[in-house]
Write a protein that binds this ligand. Structure first.
Ligand code: ADP
Length: 242
């Protein structure tokens, strides 16, 4: 919710000059870390997020193992220097929540039955945060998991929309998230048509909600196209390197 008043739309344009339905600039890369099974780095506007995958490995403690499938766990962490005020290191309620929503989303698409009794650990490090980090983290984690070779039924893509100065807009940046009226992050697996995350912080009318939801899904589909291209390009690079 708005902390104090701030004009977010001036002469029909957003503060960073974007149109209402325009994404921030996005760059993504996979295979960026040597000591992981899979990794990805995503820059999305002023967000910078690194994801790494460990496993499948033997799960401990033994009594918590699942003989039918792997247990996928995600750890989302914001670096102390990722925000303006130094963020207190270590887990807090917000990071526990975001870790859970990422692991739930990934567990819906990963073929975990292939690795019974094991654990797959996905680590997400937010190096720089500028709103929407849960969406950026889902996108990076999904890329890192695909890069690790764990079979997946689909990739997970994500994007947020929201309401600022009475208008429904795509992909809120920090000022819009801080002073806007609503934030609506959505994650989808487009091939299967599943919604894997839907959260809302703020208030919308029914009509506004429908508009914002459709806008976020369209944004996530665009990001999905970028994710697929990034993975395909990385395979071409691999072949050329051989
Ligand atoms: P998301 O990053 O998914 O939008 P939130 O809505 O909880 O999640 O956070 C919005 C933004 O607020 C973050 O992206 C970050 O820029 C900022 N933020 C979050 N936690 C902190 C914190 N502890 N200190 C300062 N800024 C923070």
């Amino acid at each position: 919710m708005a902390e104090k008043e701030m004009k977010l739309i001036v002469d029909g344009k957003r503060l960073d000059g974007r149109k209402f339905d325009e994404l921030r600039e996005i760059k993504m890369e996979v295979n960026v870390l040597e000591r992981t099974m899979g990794s990805a780095y995503v820059e999305w506007g002023n967000n910078k997020v690194l994801a790494g995958v460990h496993g499948p490995r033997e799960f401990h403690p033994k009594f918590l193992r699942d003989p039918r499938k792997a247990i996928l766990t995600c750890t989302y962490n914001m670096a102390a220097f990722s925000v303006d005020d130094r963020k207190r290191p270590g887990p807090d309620r917000r990071s526990v929540e975001i870790s859970k929503v990422i692991s739930d989303a990934l567990s819906s698409v990963a073929v975990l039955e292939k690795y019974p009794n094991t654990g797959i650990d996905v680590f997400v490090e937010v190096l720089q945060a500028d709103a929407g980090t849960r969406c950026v983290s889902i996108v990076a984690a999904s890329l890192a998991l695909a890069n690790s070779g764990v079979p997946m039924k689909d990739l997970v893509s994500a994007c947020a929309s929201g309401k600022i100065d009475g208008e429904i807009v795509l992909d809120l940046m920090k000022e819009e998230d801080n002073y806007g009226e609503c934030d609506l992050p959505v994650a989808i697996s487009p091939r299967r048509g599943d919604i894997l995350l839907l959260q809302m912080d703020g208030n919308l009318t029914r009509e506004e909600y429908t508009k914002a939801y459709n806008l976020a899904v369209e944004g996530a589909k665009k990001v999905y196209g970028m994710q697929k291209k990034t993975l395909l390009d990385s395979m071409v690079n691999l072949e050329e390197g051989e």
